[in-house]
Design a protein around this ligand. Structure first.
Ligand code: UDP
Length: 369
């Protein structure tokens, strides 16, 4: 039974460098997991696109930066689109580096939601573990993830149960949730702040519904996030009065949490099967209750009436009603939920457990499961 200090290679998202915001929630997942795994005593080599930065250093951490063109993200392609690898793409280069040094490690963890690393799992002897960060957004991704789920079930993990249901898996899925560094988020007890919304500014995140709520309540909505789709952002500006939305930009975590913590509620209005919903937990870490559509991850993070409210997807009236009731939620409940379920420590322990179990399995065991 392997149960020791692990030498791990973590391979970052090829969508953008860490800190760019282009990688969405995956960026903070990687950063907090690295810190959590180091706290547990594991050694990490992070392979990431050039420009990536981590907010801490450690003797147990080495970073290798790789130059190349960003990979297009799957959430903005049509379901039947083929795999696309641009000229001089960073994705294959990240994996050439992995293959070069993999024999020095116990395991590789992949954070890319992309076809190549999943396919490599079939043809390489190295154990590649995949933390799947999205629901099934394309046929070919659904096919390869489902196939790896059949061949090597112990090497796949998901953030939530509902996310995993998008794929055809033969075993009970491994769910690791997500986690955030407790030291980075401060509890704010003020109950009377503004309404907030946070996330990538892109159609699948449904910002327009939250703006509608603020508009109907005659309030401002504070918005944080990376503007991924400029056309979509200006469409929102044109539909509603200019002064409703207060764009706060894409901020580093310390500033983001400080501003977010002043809100009386966070609205979360996804239009897709949200794999997890980092901003929900980050808000709760600051004591901010969340009102979210019950679509994907939010349904597993929000305990209706305890740390926020769940509303039927697309039900704007439901969001408004919940917003009016938000003072019924104790802000302390939100922080407590976070401390028990979603710190980077508990997240790293779940991931460690997943890795130990997977490393103790021979591929033939996986096939018999
Ligand atoms: N975020 C940030 N600064 C901001 C607004 C958002 O760093 O000003 C980060 C936030 O911490 C979260 C990510 O953006 O980790 C959005 O992740 P989420 O899981 O909510 O959605 P995704 O973009 O992955 O679909």
């Amino acid at each position: 039974m392997i149960n020791k200090q692990l030498k791990l290679i973590l391979v970052s998202t090829p969508i953008g460098y860490l800190g760019s915001g282009k990688g969405g929630g995956v960026e903070i997942t990687i950063i907090s997991l690295i810190k959590g795994l180091i706290l547990l005593g594991h050694k990490i080599i992070l392979i990431a696109p050039k420009g990536s930065k981590l907010p801490f250093e450690s003797k147990l951490l080495e970073i290798r930066l790789i130059d190349g063109i960003d990979q297009p993200s799957w959430q903005h392609q049509k379901t039947s689109d083929p795999v696309l690898i641009p000229f001089n793409s960073v994705l294959p280069k990240l994996w050439e580096e992995v293959i070069d040094i993999a024999n020095e490690s116990d395991a590789v963890i992949n954070f890319a939601y992309d076809w190549l690393p999943l396919w490599l799992t079939k043809i390489q002897a190295i154990k590649i573990f995949h933390l799947i960060s999205m629901g099934a957004e394309s046929l070919i991704m659904k096919e390869i993830i489902s196939e790896i789920g059949q061949l090597f079930p112990s090497q796949l993990a998901f953030h939530t149960k509902i996310q995993s249901k998008d794929y055809s898996l033969k075993n009970e899925p491994i769910i690791v949730g997500n986690g955030f560094d407790m030291e980075n988020y401060f509890f704010n007890k003020n109950e009377n702040g503004p309404l907030g919304w946070a996330g990538r500014i892109a159609p699948e995140k449904g910002l327009e519904d939250a703006v509608k709520v603020a508009n109907d309540l005659d309030e401002k909505l504070l918005v944080w996030g990376f503007i991924e789709d400029k056309e979509y952002a200006s469409k929102i500006e044109n539909i509603f009065k200019k002064e409703i939305v207060e764009w706060r930009g894409f901020l580093p975590t310390n500033q983001f949490q400080e501003q977010l913590g002043r809100c009386r509620a966070l609205l979360n209005t996804p239009k897709w099967n949200e794999a997890y919903g980092n901003v929900i937990v980050e808000a709760m870490a600051c004591g901010v209750p969340v009102i979210a559509y019950d679509l994907g991850g939010p349904g597993e993070l929000i305990e209706d009436g305890f740390n926020g409210f769940l509303v039927k997807p697309n039900d704007i009236e439901g969001l408004i009603k919940a917003t009016k009731l938000i003072s019924e939620i104790k802000r302390k409940n939100c922080r407590d939920w976070f401390e028990i379920k979603a710190t980077n420590k508990v997240f790293a322990e779940r991931v460690e457990n997943w890795l130990y179990k997977g490393l103790n399995k021979k591929n033939s065991d996986d096939l018999q499961d």
